[in-house]
Design a protein around this ligand. Structure first.
Ligand code: AKB
Length: 314
């Protein structure tokens, strides 16, 4: 039987879908959702929920002890665009929550940790195409600096204290169930909503800005598959590169036009353009494929079909 799992940040874009998938897989009572605020009805009604601040060590420890939690997925974070506006809050949340969980694991109170990193760990001096697992990083955003530091700490806790921590560098994630919040890749979700609502979209990134992206089903599958892999197969304890598709706003618009021929897109780049320009265009994920069998399932056109069909129903 699956030992209890705690998800911190369960009401966010990834947390919501991850919670539902883990509950389907392991049973609703085995997966404790938590967040600083309540989530959508589907999530709230699907199993146990605790209001929890990921920066409050004692509160998390209480919940861990109460439910006899074995694994923690730490999905609470401030994303790239918001973090530029609130640097210290972003640092305190992104790093404070990670230390809380790593320390719980170090003290033997939990046995396995998932922590998400991001393509934001890379910076303007990183090779842009097929960005390798190990390369120049030098992130230039608050969020990226916090993620790169987090990766170093994960590896340190693994090597020094034997903490079983696992991580992937998520690209931009696209889903129809939950909206993203405060990221630079959010345009790739908004565009589908606006295409159906208004038939047009004004992109805050320029026409030819190519970024790595992934459909949420793939991201959830990758996350669970990494967590289920035998520890001895894993050669990377900082964070795995994770690739799927890469596209520009212009290419998403063309993909949408195959279904909504009148759809139009215009461009008004804002401060997020500079963040996007510092990130890779595509990712080399050979290590993830080799170590735990990663294979993406959705390309851009398949994502467009899923997004438009499901948003239309909603
Ligand atoms: C963001 O845009 O900040 C996130 C990310 C790529 O980590 N979606």
């Amino acid at each position: 039987m699956q030992k209890p799992i705690l998800i911190l940040g369960a009401c966010g874009q990834i947390g919501t879908e991850l919670t539902m998938e883990l509950r389907d897989k392991y049973g609703r009572e085995s997966v404790i959702a938590s967040d600083i605020r309540e989530g959508n009805d589907g999530l709230m009604q699907s199993g146990p929920f605790e209001l929890l601040d990921a920066t409050n060590y004692e509160a998390i420890e209480d919940v861990v002890m109460h439910y006899e939690i074995d694994e923690v997925y730490l999905m609470a974070a401030m994303l790239s665009a918001t973090a530029e506006k609130f640097p210290m809050r972003a640092w305190n949340l992104n790093m404070g929550s990670l230390f809380n969980i790593l320390n719980l694991a170090r003290e033997g109170k939990i046995s396995k940790v998932f922590w998400p990193s991001s393509i934001a760990v890379f910076g303007p001096n990183t090779p842009k195409n097929d960005t390798p697992q190990n390369t120049i990083m030098e992130p230039s955003t608050v969020y990226g600096i916090s993620k790169q530091s987090g990766e170093r700490w994960c590896e340190y806790y693994f090597k020094k204290f034997g903490v079983d921590v696992r991580s992937v560098r998520y690209p931009g994630l696209i889903s129809w169930k939950t909206m993203p919040g405060g990221g630079t890749t959010d345009y790739a979700v908004e565009i589908y909503h606006e295409a159906l609502k208004k038939g047009s979209y004004q992109s805050f990134l320029d026409k030819e800005t190519r970024l790595p992206m992934m459909y949420m089903d793939d991201a959830i599958r990758a996350t669970i598959s990494l967590m289920e892999s035998p520890a001895e197969n894993l050669t990377i304890r900082s964070s795995y590169n994770l690739g799927s598709m890469s596209f520009t706003p212009n290419e998403v618009a063309k993909s949408i036009q195959k279904h909504i021929p009148d759809f139009t897109i215009s461009y008004a780049p804002d401060f997020r353009q500079q963040i996007a320009d510092s990130w890779p265009s595509s990712i080399d994920d050979t290590a993830a494929r080799k170590d735990w069998g990663w294979q993406p399932g959705f390309n851009l056109d398949q994502t467009t079909v899923e997004m438009l069909e499901n948003l239309k129903k909603g």
